[in-house]
Each structure stands twice: as structure tokens, then as C-alpha cells.
Ligand binder design. Structure first.
Ligand code: NCD
Ligand code: ZN
Ligand code: ZN
Length: 349
């Protein structure tokens, strides 16, 4: 693109969200329309209570999602299987072959919201991971150690060193997505790893660094896991997302919690980005003079990694500022969107 020429519209193939929390029941009905407005498909996280650990519960959850779609919406949920110490490799393979499971999700036990049933020791899951490597099924990882002796800002980097790098060495053909990468360490690891390793990057980690959580007072709506890191890491994420590399793609990790659970003595981790996610990413790419690489990040690299065709339909975004709503009505209480009440410079037509 010529320096100084700033396009006012951009048309790309319809994007997908490769990391999304839709919850269930009334919350699902409140948040799903925001995602369906922007994205054709989404990888739906299985951390419900109880979690989605088998084919039957994934099929039932997918039905509830489809039933909650607004009339006329074109949206396909891609389901995931919550990995536990007891997951059966045969169930995982059957779910993959019958197009119920698009991937398996690994939460280290107690690493994040609703991860109590997660994996206590990755060695116990090796039969499942070996089966997945054999059939080409992706493993999606919340990459943080839970060792309380490790500083919270180091938990991703230490996970890469202690768990992820050894796993990739022992099963190099296993497709792995390091979800919601937050550090330069993650970017370096993914770049240097083989083609079976990729990462998603959230909109919020491209916008805020850890100072934002403490700007003028404690900002619970900017608290998520992995927690935002120093500015150097945010800049590394921006370079990775806008690099044009196929190894980094869009995953919002939009994670709604009612305001009363965020503004609490022990506030929940999770940032609700769905209402303006694609527009915020577009603004970031514009700021980085990388709009010509936006389609790769948002619409091409993810399907390529998952072995799915890119979407045929297109979406046009226009440079036109609008205000993100301050609240979205939901049950059991309203939710506060990321950048709620603030202006975003791009808008979907
Ligand atoms: C997510 C949630 O609320 O489900 N929270 C978060 O802070 N990202 C869980 C997760 O993705 O780790
Ligand atoms: Zn996570
Ligand atoms: Zn998540």
C-alpha cells in the first residue's frame, strides 16, 4: 500500500472467531447475536459447569446455540471437547470423525474460569494426545502454569518452557494452538516451532497492557487470564498479528461475566469483547498500517490451520467512529463490553 493513502473501507472474506465463550441459557441468548453479527464460525469453548467432556453434551450444547441464534443469522458453532485426566481417546476420535468436535481444549486444572476439572498432569493425557496427532485433530491450550510459586505475569512463559516446548518436541506432528497468546515469549516460541503450532491473539491484548488494569484505580473489567503483560509484550503481539504469518490468527476469547461478578471482592477473569471485536481488530491493523494483512489474520489463517475452507461471503468495514455500548442486558445481570462507552474508529457496514 502506498504511504499516505488511507483507505476508508476494507472488504474481506467473512472472518471466524477461533476462541469464544458463549456460556449457556439466558447469557448465551444475550451474547450470541453480537458474535453472529460479525463472525461466520466460532470455536466454542467447553468450560461450562458441568464442562463439555463428551459427544452427547457437545451435541446438546450445539443444539442450544443454534436455537439461540437470531432469525436469519448465518453462524456455525464449532464445538470443543474439554480434556480431563479421564478423557477417552476413542470418544475424542469418534467426535472428531462425526464432525461434533473440531478440537480438544486443555485447561491446566485451576488455571482459569471453570477449569477445576482440567488436566492435573499432562502425562495422564498422552494416549488422547497421541490419538489426536494420528488423526490430525487440533489441541487448544490455555497456556499457563498453575504453580503458585510462579509470578502471575510469568505463568505463560514458564508454561511454554516446562510444558509446551517438551510436548511439541515429543509429538511434533500434533496440531497445537496456544490460545490467547500474551507475551513476546509466546510469539517467539510459535514462530520457531514447526508448522503444526499456531496461536490466537485477542483484541484486548492488542489494545491494553498491564498498566491499564490499574489506571487511576482498579479496573476489574480489564482483568482476564492470561493477564495483560508489559508494553513490550503488547507490541510483540501487534507485530505478530499484523505480520501476515499464517501462525497467528483471530481468537477473541470474549468471556462474558455479569458486572456483579466482575466488580467484586474476588472478581472473575474474563473480558467481554464480542460487541465490537472485529472493529477493534480493524482499528489495530489500521494503526499499524497493516490493513492489507487483516484478511489473513481474521479470515484465512485460521481456516487454513484447521483444514477448513475460508468463508465465501464477504464483510465490509468502514472508517466511521461509533460508541461501544456501556452495557448489554443479560441474565443474571448486565455485562460490560470491552471499551464500553468509548469510540471505535471502524464499523461493519
Ligand atoms: C475465560 C472465561 O471466563 O471463561 N476467562 C478469561 O479470563 N480468559 C477462560 C479462559 O479463556 O481462560
Ligand atoms: Zn484461557
Ligand atoms: Zn477463553
Amino acid at each position: 500500500m502506498l504511504a499516505g493513502i488511507m483507505p476508508d473501507t476494507i472488504t474481506i472474506r467473512r472472518p471466524d472467531d477461533w476462541h469464544l465463550h458463549l456460556r449457556d441459557g439466558a447469557m448465551l441468548r444475550a451474547v450470541l447475536p453480537h458474535t453472529a453479527r460479525q463472525f461466520a464460525r466460532a470455536i466454542v469453548m467447553p468450560n461450562l459447569v458441568p464442562s463439555v467432556t463428551d459427544i452427547a453434551s457437545a451435541v446438546a450444547y450445539r443444539e442450544r446455540i443454534l436455537a439461540a441464534l437470531p432469525a436469519g443469522a448465518e453462524f456455525t458453532p464449532l464445538m470443543t471437547c474439554y480434556l480431563t485426566d479421564a478423557t477417552d481417546p476413542a470418544e475424542v476420535e469418534r467426535g472428531f470423525r462425526t464432525d461434533v468436535f473440531a478440537a480438544v481444549k486443555l485447561y491446566p486444572a485451576k488455571a482459569t474460569t471453570n477449569s477445576a476439572a482440567g488436566v492435573t498432569d499432562i502425562a495422564r493425557t498422552m494416549p488422547v494426545l497421541e490419538r489426536m496427532a494420528a488423526i490430525g485433530m487440533p489441541l487448544l491450550i490455555h497456556g499457563e502454569v498453575t504453580d503458585p510459586a510462579i509470578d502471575i505475569f510469568d505463568r505463560e512463559a514458564v508454561f511454554i518452557e516446562r510444558t509446551l516446548a517438551p510436548l511439541h518436541r515429543s509429538l511434533p506432528e500434533l496440531k497445537i494452538v496456544l490460545e490467547h497468546a500474551t507475551t513476546g515469549d509466546a510469539v517467539d516460541f510459535v514462530r520457531s516451532a514447526g508448522p503444526s503450532v499456531a496461536a490466537t491473539i485477542t483484541a484486548h491484548h492488542l489494545v491494553i497492557n498491564r498498566n491499564a488494569i490499574f489506571a487511576g484505580g482498579l479496573r476489574p473489567h480489564l482483568y482476564c487470564l492470561p493477564v495483560a503483560k508489559r508494553e513490550t509484550h503488547r507490541l510483540a503481539l501487534r507485530r505478530a498479528a499484523t505480520s501476515g504469518s499464517d501462525k497467528f490468527f483471530l481468537g477473541t476469547d470474549s468471556a462474558p461475566h455479569p458486572i456483579h461478578d466482575k466488580e467484586s471482592a474476588c472478581g472473575c477473569a474474563g473480558i467481554f469483547t464480542a460487541p465490537a471485536a472485529l472493529e477493534i481488530y480493524a482499528q489495530v491493523f489500521d494503526e499499524e498500517n497493516a490493513l492489507d494483512r487483516f484478511e489473513t489474520f481474521a479470515s484465512l489463517a485460521g481456516p487454513r490451520f484447521y483444514g477448513l475452507p475460508p468463508n465465501e461471503a464477504t464483510v465490509t468495514l468502514r472508517r466511521a467512529s461509533w460508541r461501544v455500548p456501556e452495557r448489554i442486558a443479560a441474565e443474571p445481570g448486565p455485562v460490560m463490553p470491552f471499551l464500553g462507552g468509548e469510540e471505535v474508529a471502524w464499523r461493519i457496514e
